[in-house]
Design a protein. Structure first.
Length: 153
Protein backbone atom coordinates (compact mmCIF):
# COMPACT_ATOMS: atom_id res chain seq x y z
CA UNK A 1 0.00 0.00 0.00
CA UNK A 2 2.77 2.43 0.90
CA UNK A 3 4.49 1.92 -2.42
CA UNK A 4 1.28 1.94 -4.47
CA UNK A 5 -0.05 5.17 -2.92
CA UNK A 6 3.39 6.79 -2.42
CA UNK A 7 2.92 7.31 1.31
CA UNK A 8 5.39 6.99 4.16
CA UNK A 9 3.05 6.07 7.01
CA UNK A 10 -0.12 4.13 7.71
CA UNK A 11 -2.23 4.36 10.87
CA UNK A 12 -3.08 1.00 12.42
CA UNK A 13 -6.65 0.88 13.71
CA UNK A 14 -8.99 -1.33 15.67
CA UNK A 15 -12.74 -1.79 15.23
CA UNK A 16 -14.51 1.60 15.30
CA UNK A 17 -11.43 3.20 13.72
CA UNK A 18 -9.69 3.63 17.06
CA UNK A 19 -5.97 4.27 16.32
CA UNK A 20 -3.65 1.73 17.93
CA UNK A 21 -0.35 2.62 16.30
CA UNK A 22 1.42 3.78 13.19
CA UNK A 23 3.72 2.09 10.70
CA UNK A 24 6.22 4.30 8.96
CA UNK A 25 8.77 3.57 6.31
CA UNK A 26 11.35 4.25 8.98
CA UNK A 27 9.73 1.62 11.29
CA UNK A 28 9.88 -0.98 8.52
CA UNK A 29 13.53 -0.28 7.71
CA UNK A 30 14.50 -0.31 11.40
CA UNK A 31 12.66 -3.58 11.94
CA UNK A 32 14.22 -5.27 8.90
CA UNK A 33 17.71 -4.26 10.01
CA UNK A 34 17.14 -5.64 13.51
CA UNK A 35 15.14 -8.75 12.54
CA UNK A 36 17.38 -11.81 12.49
CA UNK A 37 14.75 -14.18 11.09
CA UNK A 38 14.44 -15.22 7.48
CA UNK A 39 10.81 -14.17 7.09
CA UNK A 40 9.38 -12.49 4.02
CA UNK A 41 7.44 -9.24 4.42
CA UNK A 42 4.14 -11.08 3.98
CA UNK A 43 4.96 -13.22 7.04
CA UNK A 44 5.58 -10.33 9.46
CA UNK A 45 2.55 -9.04 11.37
CA UNK A 46 2.08 -5.26 11.53
CA UNK A 47 1.99 -5.54 15.33
CA UNK A 48 5.72 -6.40 15.33
CA UNK A 49 6.69 -3.35 13.31
CA UNK A 50 4.31 -0.58 14.36
CA UNK A 51 4.99 2.20 16.82
CA UNK A 52 2.48 1.72 19.61
CA UNK A 53 2.86 4.85 21.73
CA UNK A 54 0.95 7.25 19.53
CA UNK A 55 1.15 10.95 20.08
CA UNK A 56 -2.16 12.36 18.97
CA UNK A 57 -4.10 15.60 18.74
CA UNK A 58 -7.77 16.41 18.33
CA UNK A 59 -9.09 17.74 15.04
CA UNK A 60 -10.01 21.08 16.63
CA UNK A 61 -6.42 21.70 17.77
CA UNK A 62 -4.63 24.61 16.13
CA UNK A 63 -1.91 24.05 13.54
CA UNK A 64 0.52 25.87 15.82
CA UNK A 65 -0.28 23.55 18.76
CA UNK A 66 0.24 20.52 16.53
CA UNK A 67 3.50 21.90 15.13
CA UNK A 68 4.81 22.42 18.66
CA UNK A 69 3.82 18.86 19.62
CA UNK A 70 5.61 17.47 16.56
CA UNK A 71 8.75 19.53 17.26
CA UNK A 72 8.78 18.75 20.99
CA UNK A 73 8.43 15.01 20.43
CA UNK A 74 10.77 14.83 17.41
CA UNK A 75 8.18 13.14 15.20
CA UNK A 76 7.15 13.82 11.61
CA UNK A 77 3.36 13.57 11.95
CA UNK A 78 0.45 13.49 14.34
CA UNK A 79 -2.52 11.16 14.27
CA UNK A 80 -5.65 13.27 14.56
CA UNK A 81 -8.63 12.01 16.54
CA UNK A 82 -12.26 13.11 16.72
CA UNK A 83 -12.92 15.19 19.84
CA UNK A 84 -15.76 13.12 21.21
CA UNK A 85 -14.90 9.45 20.67
CA UNK A 86 -11.14 9.23 19.99
CA UNK A 87 -11.83 7.68 16.58
CA UNK A 88 -9.41 8.36 13.75
CA UNK A 89 -10.12 11.66 11.98
CA UNK A 90 -6.92 11.99 9.93
CA UNK A 91 -3.21 12.70 10.08
CA UNK A 92 -1.13 15.86 9.81
CA UNK A 93 2.34 15.40 8.37
CA UNK A 94 5.49 17.43 7.91
CA UNK A 95 4.33 18.11 4.34
CA UNK A 96 1.03 19.49 5.65
CA UNK A 97 2.92 21.81 8.03
CA UNK A 98 5.25 22.95 5.24
CA UNK A 99 2.26 23.74 3.03
CA UNK A 100 0.53 25.68 5.81
CA UNK A 101 3.56 27.73 6.79
CA UNK A 102 4.58 28.43 3.18
CA UNK A 103 1.12 29.87 2.53
CA UNK A 104 0.60 31.72 5.82
CA UNK A 105 4.00 32.85 7.05
CA UNK A 106 5.51 34.49 4.00
CA UNK A 107 8.56 36.60 4.89
CA UNK A 108 8.34 36.23 8.67
CA UNK A 109 11.72 34.66 9.39
CA UNK A 110 14.87 33.39 7.74
CA UNK A 111 15.92 29.77 7.28
CA UNK A 112 19.11 30.40 9.27
CA UNK A 113 16.96 31.04 12.35
CA UNK A 114 15.36 27.56 12.29
CA UNK A 115 17.57 25.21 10.28
CA UNK A 116 19.21 22.23 11.93
CA UNK A 117 22.92 22.82 12.12
CA UNK A 118 23.89 19.43 13.48
CA UNK A 119 23.87 16.78 10.82
CA UNK A 120 25.46 13.43 10.19
CA UNK A 121 27.52 12.80 7.10
CA UNK A 122 28.78 9.69 5.38
CA UNK A 123 31.29 9.15 2.64
CA UNK A 124 30.05 8.38 -0.85
CA UNK A 125 32.13 5.18 -0.70
CA UNK A 126 30.23 3.74 2.30
CA UNK A 127 27.64 0.97 2.05
CA UNK A 128 23.88 1.44 2.49
CA UNK A 129 24.02 -0.81 5.55
CA UNK A 130 26.41 1.66 7.22
CA UNK A 131 24.06 4.56 6.43
CA UNK A 132 21.08 2.63 7.82
CA UNK A 133 23.02 1.80 10.98
CA UNK A 134 24.03 5.44 11.55
CA UNK A 135 20.50 6.65 10.86
CA UNK A 136 19.10 4.14 13.32
CA UNK A 137 21.65 4.94 16.04
CA UNK A 138 21.43 8.71 15.65
CA UNK A 139 17.67 8.74 15.01
CA UNK A 140 18.08 10.93 11.96
CA UNK A 141 16.14 10.73 8.73
CA UNK A 142 18.61 12.16 6.27
CA UNK A 143 22.29 11.79 5.62
CA UNK A 144 24.40 14.14 3.61
CA UNK A 145 26.57 12.24 1.15
CA UNK A 146 29.99 13.78 1.00
CA UNK A 147 31.97 13.66 -2.19
CA UNK A 148 35.63 14.38 -2.66
CA UNK A 149 36.70 16.72 -5.40
CA UNK A 150 39.59 15.20 -7.24
CA UNK A 151 41.64 17.82 -8.96
CA UNK A 152 43.28 16.72 -12.12
CA UNK A 153 46.81 17.87 -12.40
Amino acid sequence: MMSRYRIKKIVVTQIEKHPLGIVTLKDIIKFLIADKTDRDLDEIPISEVMTRNLITAYKNSTVTECAKTVATNNISSLVIEEDDNNNLAGIITATDFANFFSENCIGFVFVKDYMSQSLFAISLKEKVSTAAQIMSEKKCLDLLLLTQIIKKS
